[in-house]
Write a protein that binds this ligand. Structure first.
Ligand SMILES: NC(=O)c1ccc[n+]([C@@H]2O[C@H](COP(=O)([O-])OP(=O)(O)OC[C@H]3O[C@@H](n4cnc5c(N)ncnc54)[C@H](O)[C@@H]3O)[C@@H](O)[C@H]2O)c1
Length: 255
């Protein structure tokens, strides 16, 4: 017997889908049968990524916008529903703009941008997607958080503020949206070996992260994507408001 792909025909939107974890999630949802709206601020990068995914048979489309801009988000989500001729069932809030700074060095512009993309952006997409998610009958939202919501590293004051807010707004949205039949959950990765993350650390810093992880290695973006696909699917139909830690055991370890 052939089992149908578990997300067959469902429309998904993934923010920050041009590279890294967002790209891996878009690819995985498409592989599981979803039709994916791939959103990114970089038009060139999202068009290139979508062309590569389409070449491998994925049903994906590119949308270039800044998720921090409320009007742009609302316009894009209306366009996504028209383009796919079906309401959005899966929303993955992955985009973030991150800088690590010592507390005394944090400037207003950097902080506004981090909060704009990483917190306000999620509120705008939730707002724009609420109605289609409800109409889809399978609404599931996955917010990409971080273990920075649970414990801190040096120079992460602003980042912990952003990801702490993501954990909190996930719980709040799970209450409001749950009553509409929409589930809202978050994933908290520790260190994932994406180009952006690797660029932030030298070899010693990366080796330290490997050593402090009981599994003895860094996560691959596909290992975050597989959890996102589970949370997007009916296999997780009674999970709502959870923060799923995907860190190889690092947060629990004293290594
Ligand atoms: N990589 C890690 O180690 C790690 C660990 C924990 C959590 N995370 C979280 O995972 C997510 C993705 O991380 P990544 O390492 O893949 O990052 P990345 O920088 O490789 O990808 C982020 C993508 O978001 C896009 N983007 C940035 N600002 C945007 C905006 N305003 N509107 C639309 N798109 C925008 C970028 O162009 C980029 O394609 C982030 O939320 C990050 O905080 C990453």
């Amino acid at each position: 017997m052939v089992t149908p792909a578990r997300l067959e025909g469902r429309v998904a939107a993934v923010t920050g889908a041009a590279r890294g974890i967002g790209r891996a999630i878009a690819e995985r949802l498409a592989a599981d049968g979803a039709r994916v709206a791939c959103i990114d601020i970089s038009a060139a990068r999202i068009e290139q990524a979508v062309a590569e995914m389409q070449a491998r048979g994925a049903d994906v489309r590119a949308y270039a916008l800044d998720v921090a801009e409320r009007n742009a988000v609302h316009a894009a989500f209306a366009r996504i529903e028209a383009d796919f001729a079906s309401p959005l069932a899966i929303l993955v809030n992955n985009a973030a703009w991150i800088r690590y700074q010592a507390p005394s060095a944090i400037d207003a512009e950097t902080l506004d941008r981090m909060l704009g993309v990483g917190v306000k952006g999620l509120i705008w997409t939730l707002q724009a997607a609420q109605d289609p998610l409800q109409r889809s009958g399978h609404g599931s939202v996955i917010n990409i958080c971080s273990t920075a919501a649970l414990r801190a590293t040096p120079d992460s004051l602003a980042y912990c503020a952003v990801k702490g807010a993501v954990a909190g707004l996930t719980r709040a949205a799970a209450v409001d949206f749950g009553r509409l039949g929409i589930r809202v959950n978050a994933i908290a990765p520790a260190f994932v070996a994406t180009a952006a993350a690797l660029a932030n650390f030298d070899e010693a810093g990366i080796a330290q992260r490997r050593r402090s992880t009981p599994l003895g290695r860094l996560a691959d973006a596909s290992e975050i994507a597989s959890v996102a696909a589970f949370l997007a699917s009916d296999d997780s139909s009674f999970i709502n408001g959870e923060l799923v830690v995907v860190d190889g055991g690092r947060t629990h370890a004293a290594l």
